[in-house]
Design a protein around this ligand. Structure first.
Ligand code: GAL
Length: 468
């Protein structure tokens, strides 16, 4: 029998004559009210600062074409050869996915992922209607008619010469395995550099940091690993500073290397390598903020998390401060950018040269906390989106003049022949409601969506090029 405690305080409040609402209803209303208040103050804050409304699809007229959702319908071919009914009973036929086909050197779909020289993009030839078009995955020729060699690359916009410089791994050598189970590799040749005014026509500026041929103890000895070089300019010292991933063939050194030059086209002097903050460092990038402070971001603790910390004023070292971010998320290939005071980052998962799902992250402060937003890829088909269009992030290029628009630069690795790896450049747009709850902020998205749109073929708006 329930005994009523006459001393107990009532758990319901009188609301109006004749009706009573429960305590929980009041508490929930209060929580709801606080949440709405919190969201309102966050957005009105952002809007007040930027004079813009964040939660809407980008409606910049130049961007509409880039935001078209383009579908891919690729039929996976049937495997040749008949299986005996008995074999079929024993082991049901494994269905292959597009990713299996992509990784299979002998796939009948090879030409879809790695189209041959006949379809190469050649900016020097009169390309007619195809001028200035990007064709993700096609061979891309420089002004001398050679395939561009700038893998795992990064872009520097040099304000002194109004020129873009694309730096990347020059991998034009044979692919082999140093060890049976080791990753496919090409000996270090050096860092390639290409220059352009229009982000489409690229002149080869040569190898700006070359491998060391004889001294086996040198970081740049050809038997080692040099990946993901990135260059920024230091206003105080007037030097171009390059940071890169330096490793041995087994990826156990896990360090960063630093080089310096007076000119964007080098030659760069190699200074040294180090384990930043004393930690292992593999995939990495550097990011120069609007206030001139630059940061190093690297995968650490065996790629289980990323570390971020500011560089010294001369950009030649890290400062002692460091934050662990995306802890336990196993992300690599970081590419950072900033839009209206918010920092964004695209990362990949850790599956070597094989493609996997990209994620977008955002932060109010570059040192964190960073929140994971979800897969930014739009269009193609499900497999395209789950494999980042069969590519891996390396850099995000801002497009001044088209707010919220960027070029997403990624590598479509070809582990069977790394020099034949392709570039996947696609429009990246910040705008519109986020599609997945965040980890913090009570599941309410704080930032607009980051979207990377698949296109077989696309170009930058004409007016953008005209303004260059
Ligand atoms: C990837 C990494 C590349 C390269 C490759 C080697 O995960 O992003 O830069 O290191 O592994 O397998």
């Amino acid at each position: 029998m329930r005994v009523r405690n006459k001393y107990r305080k009532p758990t319901a409040f009188p609301c109006n004559a004749g009706s009573r609402c429960s305590m929980s209803a009041v508490v929930w209303s209060l929580v709801g009210f606080l949440l709405v208040l919190h969201m309102y103050s966050r957005f009105s804050n952002i809007n007040a600062v930027n004079g813009d409304i964040q939660l809407r699809m980008s409606n910049h007229p130049l961007v509409h074409e880039l935001e078209q959702v383009e579908k891919e319908n690729i039929q996976i071919p049937h495997r040749k050869g008949k299986r005996s009914p008995r074999a079929a009973k024993r082991r049901p036929k494994r269905t292959t996915t597009l990713i299996d086909e992509f990784l299979d050197e002998n796939s009948q779909l090879r030409h879809v992922f790695f189209p041959d020289m006949k379809t190469a993009v050649n900016p020097i030839k009169d390309s007619g209607n195809d001028s200035y078009h990007y064709h993700p995955g096609r061979i891309w020729l420089d002004t001398e008619g050679n395939p561009i060699q700038a893998h795992g690359g990064g872009m520097l916009y040099d304000e002194r010469s109004n020129t873009y410089y694309w730096y990347g791994e020059y991998k034009d050598g044979p692919t082999y395995h140093a060890h049976k189970k080791g990753a496919a590799r090409v000996d270090i040749i050096g860092v390639g550099c290409y220059s352009s005014k229009d982000l489409w026509t690229w002149k080869n500026e040569g190898i700006v940091l070359a491998a060391e041929e004889t001294n086996e103890t040198h970081d740049l000895h050809k038997s080692n690993v040099l990946e993901r070089p990135k260059v920024i300019y230091n206003e105080n010292t007037g030097k171009y500073v390059m940071w890169m991933h330096i490793d041995d063939a087994n990826y156990t050194k896990a360090a960063v290397g630093i080089a310096i030059s007076d000119y964007p086209t080098g030659p760069f002097d190699y200074l040294r390598s180090q384990r930043p903050h004393g930690y292992d460092s593999r995939d990495m990038t550097i990011f120069k903020d609007d206030d001139g402070v630059a940061y190093l971001i690297y995968s650490s603790e065996d790629n289980s998390e990323l570390h971020i910390g500011p560089l010294t004023e001369d950009y030649l070292d890290v400062k002692p401060e460091m934050q662990r971010i995306l802890v336990g998320q196993h992300r690599e290939a970081p590419a950072l950018f900033k839009y209206q005071g918010t920092y964004y980052m695209i990362t990949s998962g850790c599956t070597g040269w094989a493609p996997n799902e990209a994620l977008a992250h955002a932060a109010e402060s570059i040192m964190g906390p960073w929140e994971t937003m979800g897969n930014p890829c739009i269009g193609g088909n499900k497999m395209f989106r789950l494999a980042t269009f069969f590519a891996q992030s390396t850099f995000v290029i801002p497009l001044p003049g088209i707010p919220g628009s960027y070029i997403f630069m990624a590598d479509r690795w070809n582990p069977a022949d790394l020099r034949d790896s392709r570039y996947v450049w696609l429009p990246l747009i910040v705008g519109g409601p986020a599609d997945r709850p965040f980890e913090f902020n009570f599941g309410f998205p704080l930032w607009p969506r980051v979207s990377i749109y698949w296109h077989r073929k696309w170009r930058l708006p004409l007016s953008w090029r005209a303004s260059k």
